[in-house]
Design a protein around this ligand. Structure first.
Ligand code: DQA
Length: 145
């Protein structure tokens, strides 16, 4: 059995469903978790799904993923645009990293166009709402055993 795919979620994603639903959709984080679990299961894989509003907590989980995960899907939310520390943690993992966003940051405000996380990611899925996560799980599963 493969190690799980870690799915890490950054700040404010705990508010999904009520937070700017016209941008992020009506699915709650629990709905997204269920989608990820189902997609992973259909691929014979499992997920560890977590969310934190705290940069250091996310970094601790990225470090944990180095030994405990087969691949890492991360929606860094706002920290993607700001956190060199998160990038450094991601650069220290040898497993595939897939960056994931509900919205399409490239089509939004200029300050969202750059993400540090992309520098450490094999690829990026964005703009498809909760479906972005399913596609990211598929990509992560395809890149890892
Ligand atoms: C987001 C996009 C980010 O720009 C934003 O800060 C978020 C959510 C997304 O999933 O679309 O919090 O990562």
């Amino acid at each position: 059995m493969s190690k799980p795919i870690y799915v890490l979620n950054g700040p404010n994603l705990n508010l999904l469903g009520t937070r700017e639903p016209e941008i992020y959709g009506k699915a709650t984080l629990d709905d997204v978790r269920a989608l990820c679990e189902a997609r992973a299961q259909s691929l014979g894989r499992s997920v560890v799904f977590r969310q934190s509003n705290h940069e250091g907590q996310l970094i601790d989980w990225v470090q944990e993923a180095r030994t405990e995960a087969s691949a890492l899907v991360i929606n860094p939310a706002g920290y993607g645009h700001t956190s060199i520390a998160l990038l450094d943690a991601l650069k220290a993992v040898d497993i595939p990293v897939v960056e994931c966003h509900l919205s399409n940051p490239a089509a939004r405000e200029a300050f969202r166009h750059h993400t540090y996380v992309s520098l450490a990611a094999a690829g990026l899925v964005s703009g498809f709402g909760a479906k972005s996560y399913e596609l990211a799980i598929e990509a992560a599963a395809g890149l890892s055993a």
